[in-house]
Design a protein around this ligand. Sequence first.
Ligand code: HPA
Length: 274
Amino acid sequence: MLYDKTMRAAAYIREKTAYRPQIAVILGSGLGSLGEQLQEPDYIPYADIPGFPASAVAGHAARFVFGKLEGREIAVMQGRFHYYEGLSMQEVCFPVYVLHALGVETIVITNACGGINTEFSPGDLMLIEDHINLMGVNSLIGPNDERFGLRFPDMTEVYDRALRRLTLDTAKELDIPLQQGVYALFSGPCYETAAEIRAYRAFGADAVGMSTVPEATAANYLGMHVLGISCITNMATGIAKKAHSHEAVLAAAERSGERFSRLLKEVLLRMPLL
Ligand code: HPA
C-alpha cells in the first residue's frame, strides 16, 4: 500500500519535471533560501502531489523545488511534515520514500533546533553526528515491505561518515564555524520543560528539536546516504534566559541563513555522485 502510494507520487513528479537528481535537501524552518538559488526551477507544491498530506506550518513554503545548482541537479524540499501536526509517522516520512523512488541516493536533512550543550551559542551550525529518539515512536513501525528495506535496519552509521568529513573540511575551508553533536528528538509542538532538558543533557544530547530523526531513520532504512545539519536558533529551556517563541526561532534561523546556505551549497557541489 505504501509502496503503491509512493510509486504514484513519484510518477506524478516525473511528469511535472524532467530533472532526475541524485541529491535532495530538506530545508528546516527559516532555512528555505537555498530553494531560491536553484537555476531553471520547477516548483511542485506538496498539495498537488497524490498521497501527500496537507500541512501549513509558518516558515515552510510546502513545495518541492527541482533545479540546478551550478549545473548539478538537486531536489529541495521547502518545508517538511511534522508528527506534531497529527500526521502518522508514515505521512511524515512519505516525501523521503518518494525521493528514493525518484532515484535520490543522498539526502541532506536540516533543521532549526535548541542548543543543550552550553559550549554552543544561538546562531551556531551543528553537524549531526548521531541522534536519540526520545519520542517513543519509531518511523518504521508498521508492516514491512521488503521492496523498501529490512525489518530490522542497522543504525550504526545513520549520518554518513564520509559526508560528515566532507562537511567539516568544507566548513573549515570556508571559515564557517561548525559544531558537532547529538540531536535529540522531542515530539513538540510545545517546547521542552527545563527538567526535560536537564534529563536530555544527562542522556548525552547536545541539541533538541522536533524533526529530522523520523526522516533520517526512514532514509537509512531505504539505504540512502544521510547528512544532517542543524541551526541552533536558541538555547533550550532552562539554559535560555527567556521564553521561546516560534517567531524568534525563525528570525534566528534567517540570521544564520547566509552562512548556512553558503556551507550547504558548497557541500552539495562537492558531494560525490554515484
Ligand atoms: N526545542 C525544540 N525544537 C526547537 C527548539 C527548541 O528549543 N528551537 C527550535 N526548534
